[in-house]
Design a protein around this ligand. Structure first.
Ligand code: NOJ
Length: 754
């Protein structure tokens, strides 16, 4: 028998209940690269290919039913060392079971990676990422990710498929809920904070898990906002908008990158050499590994790029996609492709080296069961600290969109409050879309939150939002017709002093595969809103949704509007404390809200046209039936405090570090937090520059009546941009500088840079 000494060692290892590889690879004085090379030199080609293969587990499914394979074959492959990672397996017992198979029954005992979509918390759910992005609070976002990592690691998971850093400009796309919005500067900072939170400062810790930045690249630019659709973007957008958050993630030492389902300019991302070899692993020197998205290997056949699954394996491996998720293309065909000389063994070795390195860095060879501690699982899930952090993040994510005549906050003594809307009494929808690790119906509903705070409320549903209970993999069925409960709600509204209407989308209306062609309030909700408005104008509209909505009518008529997104486990408590003033809202939207769906894609950092207008004649860039402006611009959000900006100063005496200062006065009687935003615009450049680009921000607490000075700096890093060849350049010229409370409400100045 081959490898006799190793087999003996393996038997020994099994007897002592430890991993075979642990015996040879746990010495600390040997570098990881040496350990990786030593292990690699002992692996057969099949074992190497096994490391490049990831299977979906046997419990949950987060994608279409695989076209190949079955559970029996998977177990068989697991035992033969033909699997390097699994996904969607959770729970210490389940994870241990599978880890034991590879550790004890395979020749080399190389531990598995356990991947999972830990997107906005694991058990304790935080606000959907689009919501928490609105906090602009990098520390809180990092903390949320860290708590997600603590809970995920406690159930055996060591790899999350997050953060999603796809920049998105199209609210029709369902996955806008999973990202940070439309801005690459803010998106880069937020992605980096999430990576810090997941990976921690020491990967060897059993509460650190590896992050996976996704989807490389362009997925957020799906045509017409329809998920999985074609992506065709120009070089300037690719280099300046789409790629920067990925680059920032690599600079933050993200350990894995997921490629994506889409084609980018005609080439599927999964087999895109330019993206994966030239940019990611070349220019950016990324040292981790690339995983495909679910079945994106075989999807290349439908794209019309790969002839068959074997061809898909050849294209993807050669293009630098190191691990195949659930398409079976590598496990079925890579060996033959190497034998035929179509894939060089060097390609395989490089991919396996990358994967093994991460397993070593995670400490899995020292202890493959480091995430299998039943005591941690019991103690850390839904821990009180996690719940408190989720509440804090939820409060920080709520955006006050309108507050005419200071209708909000409500006095604690306010009597006769009607609460209307099915979402007010929903404990499931506010958990959002990506929550497969958590438990259904565990959100504090708005009604519960209001009761917890002792509010004097009476509830009427008004109308159902959905007709049938729904789940992660089903199309949501909306109530489009049933208005039978309108009358009771109207009656209640008539006799109430104030009406809180909780309307919006179901949590499963956004997320993967959940694009919409309309951006209105789904179903009969708009009719309900208008019917209530007829009898009581004193309405506070609380919106729950996973994307910007076109709520133009509401903005014109309803005095107070609160954007509450899907806030996770503590939804109701966060909303109640905001409505009654215990929480002073400070968040600002990170995606523009359109007035109508026809404006989409709409985003603040657009280029100018040659005919910007407005003009009295018709020949300028505009719509005949709609304004060019969004309903609410990027960076917009109100507070119960009032902030006044003054005294913008630009000190360019040090051209390498331009100093910008501005004074902000809280003119109200309430202490609050403000997010001051710094934008620039280079007037002329060799590639035209957007009308405005965010290049700095500061979130500060300002006491009632107090004035604070904010100082921000601009260096070449902020002033430069990517040319159409992908080179970062800084050009001399005049720069407008704008500082303010939103992308549209700013003080302006300028300076010349030599
Ligand atoms: C497909 C999604 O696009 C990706 O983001 C996710 O991580 C995988 N499925 C695994 O569930």
């Amino acid at each position: 028998m081959k490898f006799q000494p190793y087999n003996r060692l393996r038997v020994l290892a099994v007897c002592f209940g430890i991993c075979f590889s642990q015996i040879i690879f746990s010495q600390t004085n040997i570098s990881i690269d040496t350990k990786v090379n030593t292990l690699l030199s002992k692996m057969t080609l099949e074992e190497k290919i096994g490391q490049m293969n990831q299977y979906n587990g046997f419990w949950e499914v987060t994608g279409p039913t695989p076209k190949e394979g079955n559970a029996k074959e998977k177990y068989d492959h697991l035992k033969k060392g033909m699997v390097g990672a699994v996904l969607n397996v959770k729970g210490v017992e389940n994870v241990r079971k599978l880890q034991e198979i590879v550790v004890n029954e395979t020749r080399l005992g190389i531990p598995l990676l356990f991947g999972f979509d830990v997107i906005h918390g694991h058990k304790t759910l935080f606000p959907i990422p689009l919501a928490s992005a609105c906090s602009w609070d990098l520390d809180a976002i990092e903390k949320s990710a860290h708590i997600a990592a603590i809970e995920a690691s406690a159930v055996g998971i060591n790899w999350t498929f997050a953060p999603m850093v796809d920049i998105t400009r199209d609210a029709r796309w369902g996955r806008v809920m999973e990202g940070a919005g439309e801005d690459p500067y803010l998106g880069s900072k937020i992605g980096a904070a999430q990576i810090r939170g997941f990976q921690g400062t020491d990967l060897a810790s059993n509460s650190s898990i590896i992050a996976c930045v996704k989807h490389f690249a362009g997925y957020g630019f799906a045509e017409s906002g329809r998920d999985y659709n074609t992506v065709d973007v120009g070089t300037s957008t690719l280099y300046n908008i789409i790629l920067p958050p990925f680059k920032a993630a690599v600079e933050s030492d993200v350990k894995t990158v997921m490629n994506s389902f889409n084609v980018l300019n005609g080439i599927p991302a999964t087999s895109n050499k330019f993206l994966q070899r030239d940019i990611l692993k070349g220019k950016w020197d990324f040292r981790g590994f690339v995983v495909s998205d679910w079945g994106s290997g075989y999807e290349m056949i439908d794209h019309g790029y790969a002839k068959d699954l074997k061809h898909a394996a050849e294209l993807a491996a050669n293009a630098g996609s190191d691990m195949d998720m659930e398409s079976y293309s590598y496990v079925r065909h890579l060996k033959q492709l190497v034998d035929e000389g179509k894939v060089d063994i060097k390609v395989i070795d490089e991919a396996v080296r990358r994967i093994l390195r991460i397993k070593f860095e995670l400490g899995l060879f020292d202890n493959p069961y480091k995430y299998c501690d039943a005591k941690r699982e019991k103690e850390l899930i839904y821990h009180a600290d996690n719940i408190a952090a989720s509440l804090d993040m939820a409060k920080k994510s709520i955006v006050l969109l309108k507050n005419e005549n200071n209708l909000l906050p409500l006095a604690k003594t306010q009597k006769n409050i009607a609460v209307i809307g099915a979402l007010a009494n929903d404990k499931n929808s506010p958990l959002g879309s990506w929550r497969i690790g958590s438990d259904d119906n565990t959100a504090i509903s708005v009604l519960e939150g209001l009761k917890n705070i002792g509010a004097n409320i009476t509830y009427a549903k008004g109308a159902d939002l959905i007709t049938t209970p729904t789940s992660f993999s089903e199309e949501v069925k909306i109530n489009e017709t049933d208005k039978s409960e309108f009358a009771a709600a109207i009656k209640l509204a008539k006799k109430s002093n104030v009406v809180i209407m909780v309307l919006g989308e179901h949590g499963f209306q956004s997320g993967e595969g959940r694009s919409r062609s309309k951006l209105d309030l789904p179903g009969v909700q708009q009719q309900l809103l208008e019917a209530i408005y007829k009898v009581n104008k004193n309405i506070i509209l609380v919106l729950m949704n996973g994307r910007p909505l076109a709520i133009t009518w509401a903005n014109e008529h309803i005095p107070a509007i609160v954007e509450a997104w899907q806030l996770g486990s503590q939804t109701g408590n966060a909303i109640a404390s905001t409505l009654f003033g215990d929480n002073n809202p400070s968040a600002k939207i990170t995606m523009s809200f359109p007035r109508s769906v026809g404006q989409v894609p709409i985003y603040y950092n657009h280029y100018n046209t040659g005919r910007p207008g407005p003009k009295s004649e018709v020949f300028w860039s505009h719509y005949g039936d709609e304004s060019n402006k969004p309903l609410y611009p990027f960076g917009y959000g109100l507070s119960y405090s009032k902030f006044e900006y003054s005294n913008l100063k630009i000190d360019d005496s040090n051209p390498k570090k331009i100093k910008i200062t501005v004074a902000i006065k809280n003119t109200s009687a309430v202490a609050g937090e403000e997010i001051a935003q710094l934008y620039i615009h280079q007037k002329t450049a060799s590639v035209v520059r957007p009308v405005k680009e965010l290049k700095g921000f500061s979130k500060i607490k300002i006491g009632a009546g107090e004035t604070k000075e904010v100082v921000l700096y601009l260096t070449d890093k902020e002033l430069g941009f990517y040319s159409n060849n992908g080179d970062f350049i800084v050009e001399a010229g005049t720069f407008d500088v704008m500082v303010g409370t939103s992308s549209e409400d700013v003080l302006s100045g300028s300076f010349y840079k030599n």
